[in-house]
Design a protein around this ligand. Structure first.
Ligand code: ADA
Length: 531
């Protein structure tokens, strides 16, 4: 595999069919609209590179994560045009020994994107967010390995293999296990296995015909009101997190992702909701290794079955629009498939604050839960619901997850926070399945110590109240505070007036990861609890 990261020739055009003039250069990975002359400009980034292949063959180009719509051109011919923002884009193409011209066009348009709209509360950066690699495709290669852990007591796993090879040569953790005629699905017990958990994040590697897949052995059970990890009740305590930084946009360097997650773990959290799009592979590798648990979801936000946002500019589509519904179904499948081996992934999510009070949307939710269950019966599926009192979709989900903002988007202050949670628990939440708060929080401007709304004190008081509630109330299985760090959001529309500086300021850290008061206060509580 060849890594093609580095500096590529670059052109910016306002429209997709404008002719690019490569008079500039841009870093890969990197976002073109994060700084400098293209800052906040909507348009296309064209990245061009000539590479040399040593022999004739079929090659696979893989862009691990990129902007809203990503097209790949090989020697001038378009091979793919993918709308799956943040997901990997892969193309396979035949090439003869010699030079191959690769062009990647990726944009930050929202108007005609099937899944993104301008009113979403995060900025759609343009660029190549993650590594670009080239691999020679072998006819008999192992195209994929999926490992489903079945028992934390025996180490039994079910392995799914996609290949045209006639035999499978299997090793676990570098030790030969067996060679057998190819079976697409088989079960076995991992020798000398060790269980994965947040406290013991043990990992194993299965190697099949030379291809590695890292996995962990742990089980989840959500058949009662608690979530059980390896047979034991667990509480999820953590944050929502955007892949966002003012200097890097969504092309956050791995060193930053690593530091974010190490900080989170060190501060006593065990959970991250990857809001609101597919997560980077490196984030999962780190969470596997550190013992952080993850909720992942495809791209969506605040989608209604009829227009609700955006000053009438938003067409009446989304949940009644088959393009949106089908594209999201496809990205849900892609997202599940890509992350399936990571033990840290414990919840499959989809949608976020959709109009789940409508009967039509109820069917869409049921369909997405069915997709999750069909593709992966070993993990629970859910969506973050904010129509709690009128919702029709949670009944299909394995976990009841609600987004609520008492004390923030309401006239009442802190005194309203716990009564609101109790009211939902009493009136809307079933005691038959796990319940978690998937978002709650308050904005704070770093350095504001006035003590009123927007101050670090107010934010901290609110979040500490909620943390204490979730830790002490046995009905609460989890908490994902909104959110880890301030993240770039609306800058070009009227919603920006509630988002000073173009950031969603509810971060426990500011956008440069400077801790607000809340970070230290929560850490203190979590450290005491874990003593
Ligand atoms: C919603 C949404 C988040 C964020 C949050 C807020 O719950 O899911 O993405 O926008 O509100 O800050 O208001």
């Amino acid at each position: 595999m060849t890594n093609l990261d580095g500096v590529w020739d670059f052109a910016f055009t306002a429209a997709r069919d404008d002719v690019p003039c490569y008079n500039s250069a841009m870093s890969v990975p990197g976002c073109f609209d994060v700084a400098g002359m293209y800052y906040s400009k909507r348009g296309c980034g064209w990245y061009k590179k000539n590479i040399t292949v040593a022999e004739n063959g079929v090659y696979r180009l893989r862009i691990a994560s990129s902007g809203m719509r990503t097209a790949v051109f090989i020697n001038g011919e378009m091979k793919k045009d993918s709308p799956f923002a943040w997901s990997p884009t892969e193309v396979e193409f035949p090439a003869e020994k010699g030079t191959v011209e690769i062009v990647i066009r990726t944009d930050n348009f929202s108007e005609d994107h099937p899944l993104f709209r301008d009113f979403y509360d995060f900025y759609p950066f343009g660029g190549i967010f993650d590594h670009v690699t080239l691999t020679k495709v072998e006819v008999d290669e192992i195209r994929s390995i999926q490992v489903f852990p079945l028992s934390h007591e025996t180490g039994e796993v079910e392995i799914h293999v996609e290949t045209a090879a006639a035999t499978l040569q299997i090793a676990f953790d570098g030790v030969e296990y067996k060679t057998m005629p190819t079976e697409k699905v088989f079960r076995c017990n991992v020798p000398n296995f060790k269980v994965w958990s947040p406290d013991t994040p043990n990992l194993h590697t299965v190697t099949i015909n030379g291809k590695d897949a890292v996995f962990g052995i742990r089980t989840l059970d959500w058949s009662g009101p608690d979530l059980l990890l390896n047979g034991e009740k667990i509480k999820l305590i953590g944050v929502n997190r955007h892949e966002s930084h003012p200097e890097f946009g969504s092309a956050t360097p791995e060193s930053l992702i690593a530091t974010d997650l190490i900080m989170l773990k060190e501060a006593g959290h065990n959970f991250v909701r990857g809001s609101h799009y597919p997560q980077r592979e490196f984030l999962f590798d780190m969470c596997d290794r550190l013992g952080l648990m993850v909720w992942e979801e495809p791209l969506a936000w605040g989608n209604c079955h009829k227009p609700q946002w955006g000053n009438g500019k938003v067409p009446d589509d989304f949940l009644e629009n088959s393009v949106f519904v089908e594209t999201l179904a496809e990205q849900l499948e892609i997202t599940i498939r890509n992350s399936i081996n990571h033990p840290s992934l414990i919840i499959h999510g989809f949608l976020n604050e959709c109009s789940s009070e409508h009967p039509e949307v109820r069917d869409v939710i049921k369909r997405y839960v069915d997709i999750c269950h069909r593709m992966d019966p070993t993990r629970p599926a859910t969506f973050a619901c904010n129509r709690v009192a009128k919702d029709l979709g949670m009944e299909f989900c394995d976990i009841q997850a609600i987004n609520i903002y008492p004390g923030w988007y309401s006239d009442e202050g802190l005194e309203n926070v716990i009564p609101t949670i109790d009211k939902y628990l009493k009136e809307n939440i079933s005691d038959k399945k796990p319940f978690m708060i998937s978002e709650i929080g308050a904005s704070a401007i770093y350095g504001d110590h006035s003590g009123i709304r927007w101050s670090e004190e107010y934010q901290s008081d609110l979040c500490c109240l909620v943390l204490d509630k979730v830790l002490t109330d046995p009905r609460c299985m989890g908490l994902a505070l909104w959110h880890f760090a301030n993240a770039n959001t609306y800058i070009n529309n009227v919603m920006a007036i509630s988002r000073p500086r173009g950031f969603n300021n509810k971060g426990l850290l500011d956008e440069y990861r400077r801790p607000k008061m809340v970070w230290r206060d929560l850490r203190r509580i979590l450290k005491c609890k874990n003593k």
